[in-house]
Design a protein around this ligand. Structure first.
Ligand code: SIN
Length: 566
């Protein structure tokens, strides 16, 4: 990495003692499923502040359509769910983590039902019946059976976010700070480093330090690194960047998952068309009306999503087009509207009737599988810093996340992490932060930040996307270093600048990790090394101050660390 990507410990200069300081026991960064679930557990033993970059509507959780994977059906089993997760993960999942997550699934669903969440029931079921007996279960790619619980058709994320939000707002031990941008984790040097809070910016209150005995990073992913993305605009990788600057280990950063089907209409946001549509029997066809997926995989449209995404690219190249089509005509308009009411509404705005016309679709960046490495309790290598949800790498997803396992992971590990924070409460009251950050302002000219941002997003999509190549990745790494030289030496005073600085750092890490991984596995496909290579059946860990990654056989800490030469 270029030194400018490594040198800066904090984004801005500050003296913590001169800023207003707020004290709490637990600071949770992020208001998606993992952050809110962690806050609810932590509130059982402590006072909690949740810092949310926007509001709940801006989280990836709120946007999730598909649902929550859980083995609740009598014909399903934990073993089957574990097996499907391991197969999708391409030999890189931690089986202990997978089993722990899968086995906690049904209890998470019961808890949500107790909190008032209404899941869709099958037409034959009784309204309000027993928790699991009549759930309507959807099927998505890589699942060997229908296993996805959903709510309000295709609005599971919204219903889930609202359910958790109601619980959070009802707790008198949790305060939610909305529009609160977290710039950096505040740490004390030592062995190990100790996290004591975070520096934040609020449009009304300016810079503040939130001092906490435990900090939970649940800040989501970084899909906005890519020009084509299903993610909300808030997903700029801030949490990953601040964790890296603080010295946390980031794992498996090459594994960005691409979703095969987002709406491809000029002028429309790249809205997800949930995989559950294919689960209801929709076919992918090319511009000639040819159904191509059976040519690529025996599971056809329900193959794991990396395979579907690459097949779409191949078919687009063969037919010289920018997109393919999702053919739902067999469902008819009425049934489509009933099962996918919000997608139906969106399509109607563009005068597309899915009962009569195939939907134009195209792949987009969707989910960062890598993230801050944690153990089985969500602890990181920094004392007092925990991570969960998309910002974390627990080892659950391996090299490719099984569809709808992420809301489940957020629920399971959110609870675990919120509980685990209790161990930091024995050390007496939260002390004030006395950290000083000295940075000399650069005297260079003003930058066109939008141009840097869009150049990065564009090159990431073209060269660090679904198909990668070693030579091109080297060129991208050099371009990012070049942009970083005159962007990361600046001091910005608003979130647009901080976001671009974070995106450059995280983009550099994704590119380096993709370059290092000279093989193809899961979501990571290298045209110059198209097969998996056993030498790379390990997790790569990136940490500030180290030029090369170290590798381990297990994220959560089982098995030994191994060194691995590139
Ligand atoms: C989808 O609804 O297709 C996305 C579900 C997921 O990413 O887990």
């Amino acid at each position: 990495m270029h030194p400018v990507l490594e040198d800066r410990r904090y984004l801005i200069p500050f003296r913590a003692t001169l800023l207003s300081q707020i004290f709490t026991d637990v600071l949770v960064i992020g208001g998606g499923v993992a952050g809110y679930r962690a806050a609810l557990s932590a509130a059982q033993h402590s006072e909690v502040i949740v810092a949310v970059k926007g509001g709940i509507k801006h989280s990836s959780t709120y946007w999730a359509q598909g649902g929550i994977a859980a083995a609740v059906d009598a014909g399903d089993s934990f073993d089957e769910h574990v097996r499907d997760t391991l197969v999708a993960g391409a030999d890189l999942c931690d089986e202990t983590v997978v089993r722990k997550t899968v086995e906690a699934g049904p209890a998470c669903i019961d808890e949500l039902i107790r909190w008032g969440m209404t899941f869709d029931i099958s037409r034959n079921g009784d309204e309000g019946g027993a928790a699991n007996a009549h759930m309507a279960l959807g099927r998505e790619g890589g699942h060997s059976c229908a296993r996805i619980l959903h709510a309000d058709g295709d609005a599971t994320g919204r219903v889930l976010a609202q359910t958790l939000d109601a619980q959070v707002r009802a707790s008198d031990r949790i305060r939610v700070f909305e529009q609160c941008f977290v710039l950096d984790l505040v740490t004390l040097d030592g062995a190990p480093t100790r996290c004591v809070g975070a520096i934040t910016h609020h449009p009304k209150y300016g810079l503040q330090v939130i001092c906490a005995r435990a900090v939970v990073l649940a800040s989501g992913g970084c899909g906005q690194l890519y020009r084509e993305s299903t993610n909300p605009s808030s997903a700029t990788g801030d949490g990953l960047a601040m964790a890296y600057r603080a010295g946390a280990e980031l794992a498996d950063m090459a594994f960005m998952q691409f979703h095969p089907t987002t709406l491809y209409v000029a002028g429309a946001a790249r809205s997800l068309i949930t995989e559950a549509v294919r689960g209801e029997g929709a076919h992918l066809i090319d511009k000639n009306g040819y159904r191509f997926m059976p040519d690529y995989h025996e599971m056809a449209e329900l193959a794991p999503r990396d395979i579907v995404a690459r097949a779409i690219l191949a078919q687009m190249a063969q037919t010289n087009t920018t997109h393919v089509y999702l053919d739902c005509r067999h469902l008819g308009s009425e049934q489509f509207a009933q099962r996918f009411p919000h997608i139906h509404d969106l399509l109607t705005k563009f005068e597309i009737d899915p009962g009569a016309t195939p939907i134009p679709v195209h792949p987009s960046a969707h989910y960062m599988i890598g993230g801050v490495r944690t153990d089985l309790a969500g602890r990181t290598n920094i004392t007092g810093l925990y991570a969960c949800g998309e910002a974390s790498c627990t080892g659950l997803h391996g090299a490719n996340r099984l569809a709808s396992n992420s809301l489940l992971e957020g629920l399971v590990f959110g609870r675990i992490v919120g509980d685990a924070c209790r161990e930091m409460m024995a050390n007496g009251p939260t002390p004030p932060a006395r950290v000083v950050s000295d940075i000399r302002p650069s005297d260079r000219l003003e930058l066109d930040l939008d141009d840097v941002r869009s150049s990065l997003r564009s090159v990431m999509w073209r060269q660090v996307g679904i198909q990668r190549d070693g030579r091109r990745l080297t060129e991208v790494a050099e371009s990012i270093d070049f942009w970083a030289r005159y962007t990361l030496d600046k001091i910005f005073d608003d979130r647009a600048g901080w976001e671009v600085q974070n995106m450059l750092l995280v983009g550099a890490l994704v590119t380096r990790a993709a370059l290092w991984r000279a093989e193809s596995r899961g979501t990571h496909f290298r045209m110059d090394a198209p097969e998996p290579d056993d030498a790379f059946a390990v997790h790569d860990l990136w940490q500030r101050g180290r030029d090369e990654p170290t590798t381990v056989v297990s994220i959560a800490g089982q098995g030994g660390a191994v060194t691995h030469a590139i």
